[in-house]
Design a binder for this molecule. Structure first.
Ligand SMILES: [Zn+2]
Length: 509
């Protein structure tokens, strides 16, 4: 170990000299090798030292590269913060090295090298001026951090295939009935946005739009009681006059002008007396109906030859798993009704409240958010790390009171304001820093605005109904504004989150 430490020491000195002469990029490769060598030897103090230096080099670089477009007050502020953080991290790394150094002589030498590196800033800045190399911290973190291993693309493809066939089979089964016909399922949620909130158990979520059967319309009534947070609706089923349209069709008698016909039909099972409660569409009844449809249609699917279908219990959606050997995909079907031609639906997902009435349909932004992520993906450079940034944040909040959705909201706000070119892998530390800084400011204000509702800056290709656009944005931190104890707790958890992210970047887990 002693010899190893001496070798490392010599290698670091050599690398520092090389830094003055050769391109930054070439030495980064060598630094990477050194880093891995240190990791394999379990020499975490050395690893911390090397990483500290790398972080510092990177910050110097990013600070310099930010200067040309530094034309606003906000940029000034951000830059100030970065400088502070550089110093903090630098100091922490030095402390860490020093603490170890009390016990080990070699570690003391190492500390000296690291500090030398810090004082060697002029050489590095000259190197930067030459602009002949770029330090991509993302490339180093790519292999250093453990990322979720699921193949989301394959899962999305496989489950979309199954859903396409299901929907076309449902269409055939229901074409002559008086039941709503499910439309093409829309893949929504994290898997279809390209990230995953958990290491395992990916749920592939689909929104299945329902259109009213002929002779009926769904009328949206907003819940104004104020008992349940969010924008929630009831779906009243109303007959519409079909006299002129469907006169020739014997099956289609106008229920408005022939109420006796509707009365007669109500004596046999139809969609109004099986899927509604009173005049309102009932989520739980629709969920049960969907389970029957899925079970009945499965045998027709080619997948049923090799895969096994397991229905999973749920009252407000239809959840199932298809398995083959050790492979399995979990699918969750939410039902929705589209608001006009927009990307906003009311859906069967539960509300924030403990109990959601079966006739209540909360507004969902899942389709709009999925479209936002694909809008970003179209513009972002191929090495964009915005999803990895979100993935890191989401992993860091496990067990903390900040929700996955809060982190996603913050990242969406930032994606909508910071140019896509700033989300490349080399800017990952800035992205993380911006995200937790956004969280800090939101905590201080006790206000985190919803990304879709009331946001005038949502890209135009995402279609919002006028009242969603002009609504007062819901505050995701409303609980903190009402409860001082919760706010104090959240500030402590913010600090914990910061520490966790630093740990993930430094140690990879
Ligand atoms: Zn009529």
């Amino acid at each position: 170990m002693e010899l190893r430490a001496k070798l490392l020491n010599r290698e670091m000195t050599r690398l520092l000299q090389e830094l003055e002469q050769s391109s930054l990029e070439r030495s980064v490769r060598a630094w990477g090798a050194l880093l891995w060598a240190a990791l394999q030897q379990g020499q975490f103090w050395a690893l911390a030292g090397v990483l500290g230096l790398l972080l510092w080099l990177w910050f110097i670089r990013s600070r310099r590269s930010r200067q040309p477009d530094n034309n606003g007050e906000e940029e000034d502020r951000e830059e100030g913060n970065n400088v502070v953080i550089v110093q903090q991290e630098d100091n922490e790394d030095r402390n860490e090295v020093r603490n170890v150094g009390e016990n080990e002589e070699e570690a003391g030498n190492d500390a000296a090298v690291v500090e030398n590196g810090s004082d060697d800033g002029n050489a590095v800045e000259e190197e930067d001026n030459a602009e002949n190399g770029t330090l991509d911290i993302g490339k180093i973190l790519e292999g250093h951090i453990q990322w979720p291993t699921q193949d989301l693309e394959r899962g999305c493809e496989m489950t979309s295939d199954i859903m396409d066939i299901f929907i076309s089979v449902f269409g055939h089964l229901l074409s002559d009935s008086s039941y709503p016909v499910p439309q093409g399922a829309i893949g929504v949620g994290s898997a279809f946005e390209g990230w995953s909130p958990r290491e395992e158990d990916v749920v592939y979520c689909f929104l299945v739009p329902l259109t009213p059967p002929a002779g009926h319309t769904f009328h949206l009534e907003m819940d104004t009681s104020g008992h349940i947070p969010g924008r929630n609706f009831f779906l009243r089923v109303e007959p519409v006059c079909t006299c002129t349209r469907e006169q020739h069709d014997e099956n289609m008698v106008c229920f408005v002008h022939h109420p006796e016909e509707e009365q007669r039909r109500n004596e046999e099972p139809n969609f109004r007396n099986t899927l509604c409660t009173g005049s309102y569409l009932d989520v739980e009844k629709i969920a049960r109906w969907f389970y029957q449809l899925v079970r009945a249609a499965w045998v027709i699917l080619p997948h049923s030859q090799n895969w096994q279908l397991v229905l999973l219990p749920s009252s407000r959606c239809c959840k199932f798993k298809v398995t083959r050997g050790t492979q399995s995909f979990t699918v969750e079907l939410l039902f929705g009704v589209q608001q006009g031609d927009s990307d906003i639906y009311v859906s069967s997902q539960p509300t924030e409240a403990l109990f959601t009435p079966s006739t209540m349909w909360p507004e969902t932004y899942a389709v709009a958010e999925m479209k936002f992520f694909s809008h970003v993906a179209k513009q972002a450079p191929h090495d964009s790390w915005h999803l990895k940034c979100l993935q890191l944040l989401v992993r860091a909040v496990v067990g903390i009171d900040f929700s996955t959705y809060m982190m996603k909201t913050i990242v969406m706000h930032l994606l909508n304001t910071i140019p896509v070119s700033r989300w490349g892998s080399r800017y990952i530390l800035l992205q993380l820093e911006d995200s937790i800084e956004y969280l800090r400011c939101s905590l201080l204000e006790k206000r985190l605005d919803h990304f879709i509702v009331g946001n005038q800056r949502v890209p135009e290709e995402i279609l919002l109904p006028p009242d969603v656009k002009t609504a007062e944005p819901p505050n995701l931190f409303h609980r903190l504004a009402q409860d001082p104890a919760a706010h104090t707790q959240a500030m402590m958890e913010y600090q914990e989150l910061r520490d966790r992210i630093e740990r993930i970047v430094l140690y990879g887990h």
